[in-house]
Design a protein around this ligand. Structure first.
Ligand SMILES: O=C(O)C[C@H](O)C(=O)O
Ligand code: SF4
Length: 509
């Protein structure tokens, strides 16, 4: 095999997957956008998302800064050397990371050290199979951590909030799948897609669920019962009112694909793999002699360019914010307000929050803004850092620390996505703070608002976890938790649970 050419083909597959959303996914997002009323928060979010998809494509830069855990599924003709393919994948991963097509995402689970090149024990995931065909098929999914954290596995029979008892039959399965969408809320960057695996054991069930994510969004399940169930789930999930980013709205779920396998008598699992709207999966066929790409998958139909997709609306009232922010400015903000930030903000995610609990801050954070973000960064030849992708990360992971840290350092605003819990909400009231929701996955859109990198601290935590000092202009976010005890996230959770309970009665026999 021509190893150099093979490596280039794999590099192209990685770049294409990270930067260019497949046609079927684009169509689903366009449909979702059309279902939202102009002027709503959901419509505004989808507008940011479609702009972002276009920007990533134009700049050949990551759609989302979390380029996920790369999972390759490879089928090879008999006689092809799989070890050589493995080595080529690893080399392609290292080059794509160097070129900022992938964020360095591989972290030692015990020491927390980032390997820097996306390699590590078990990373990337590479699964091989042989087949009778005469070409290699290579599929790749880049599934981000926020949506991976919303995967869920049910062991039937079980009791479900809102839906009651789920038994060991098709109707019990129906309840689990609906529940999986409810429990994800907006935290996996809805509107999302789900792959479901029925049966197997805990690990093969999840594998089957993930395998469903390689199906075409618009295909029809060959099993008529499952085809009916898929249709039912998409229809009903979209009545839950969770909406894009959990802001409320019509579009919550863009696709549901269900696979089934046998189980053993004592076990009955329903495994759900949740994927964000940044549904990055692609596949190629490769000539085993030349290493060249013969065919790209998911190429049916037109490619929607979101270039001319801007809906003209009257500009909403926008509150300008610039750090240092006073308590008075924060107390004036209400859930639903749109803010535009200009000036300085600091990134901080899991490692920084944990660190700040027991250490001083490297900078004065009084009146400042913390951005829950792990960017993709690239250093130029003069040693200057550039932001290549910088959307928000899931904030709820900082729930144990956030309130204390805001009070300890005088931080006035945190930006993230998916919302935070009661502890933070109480601290916002007490201290005078606000939670701002940015649009998850819109990494190019926000990178464009970042006009300069003015410093970095705690680089020992690795690029995604370091504290970057960013200068931003017109960085837009929505107040979803204010200093008056209001949380849009708590409200949407409550109302969607009420709606979920409308589907308690048996539907499938
Ligand atoms: O790690 C990130 O940057 C984001 C993550 O995928 C998340 O959704 O929280
Ligand atoms: S930030 Fe959102 S869009 Fe990006 S990987 Fe995480 S869940 Fe997906």
């Amino acid at each position: 095999m021509q190893m150099e050419q093979l490596e280039k083909s794999i590099y192209d597959l990685i770049t294409e997957t990270s930067t260019n959303l497949p046609k079927d996914v684009r169509r689903a997002i366009k449909k979702a956008k059309a279902s939202e009323n102009a002027g709503t928060r959901a419509a505004m979010s989808l507008e940011t998302i479609t702009n972002n998809i276009q920007m990533a494509d134009d700049k050949v830069s990551p759609i989302c800064q979390d380029t996920g855990l790369p999972t390759f599924k490879i089928k090879t003709p008999i006689g092809v050397n799989q070890l050589e393919i493995k080595a080529a994948i690893k080399r392609a991963i290292v080059s794509a990371t160097k070129d900022a097509k992938l964020r360095p995402n591989s972290v030692d689970s015990l020491t927390g050290a980032n390997s820097g090149d996306n390699l590590g024990e078990g990373i990337p995931v590479m699964k091989f199979e042989q087949w009778e065909k005469d070409y290699i098929e290579m599929k790749l999914i880049l599934k981000g951590g926020g949506c991976e954290n919303k995967n869920i596995q049910y062991s039937l029979p079980t009791e479900l909030e809102g839906l009651g008892r789920a038994g060991r039959d098709l109707d019990g399965i129906r309840k689990c799948i609906l529940h999986s969408v409810y429990q994800a809320q907006g935290q996996g960057c809805s509107a999302g897609f789900i792959g479901v695996g029925i049966g197997g054991d805990r690990s093969s069930g999840y594998d089957l669920a993930k395998e469903q994510l390689f199906r075409h969004v618009e295909d029809t399940n060959p099993n008529p019962d499952l085809a009916k169930l898929e249709e039912y789930i998409v229809e009903k999930a979209n009545t839950l009112g969770i909406g894009t980013m959990g802001f409320g709205g019509e579009a919550t779920l863009l696709g549901c694909k269900i696979g089934v396998m046998h189980r053993i008598p004592a076990s009955f699992y329903v495994s759900v793999a949740y994927n964000c709207w940044a549904y990055r999966r692609m596949a190629i066929n490769i000539n085993p002699t030349t290493g060249e790409v013969i065919e790209w998958h998911y190429q049916e139909g037109e490619k929607i360019e979101f270039k001319d997709d801007t809906t003209e609306e009257a500009p909403k009232k926008v509150v300008e914010l610039q750090a240092p922010i006073t308590e008075e400015q924060i107390r004036a903000l209400q859930v639903g307000d749109v803010v535009s930030i200009t000036g300085r903000m600091y990134t901080g995610r899991d490692a920084i929050h944990h660190h700040l609990m027991s250490h001083d801050a490297p900078v004065d954070l009084n009146g400042q803004i913390i951005y829950h973000c792990g960017p993709v960064m690239q250093k130029d030849d003069e040693g200057i850092w550039h932001v290549r992708a910088a959307g928000p990360t899931t904030s709820i992971r900082e729930e144990p620390y956030q309130g204390d840290i805001m009070k300890k350092f005088g931080i006035r605003a945190v930006i993230g996505k998916g919302g935070m819990g009661p502890k933070t909400l109480a601290a916002l009231s007490e201290h005078g703070g606000v939670y701002l929701n940015a649009i998850g996955g819109a990494a190019q859109y926000y990178a464009d608002c970042i006009k300069g990198v003015e410093g970095v601290d705690l680089m020992e935590f690795g690029i995604p976890e370091a504290m970057w000092h960013l200068r931003v202009e017109n960085f837009t976010a929505v107040v979803t938790m204010d200093s008056h005890g209001n949380s849009l996230h708590a409200d949407v959770d409550k109302s969607s649970l009420e709606k979920l309970s409308m589907y308690k009665e048996r539907v499938f026999n």
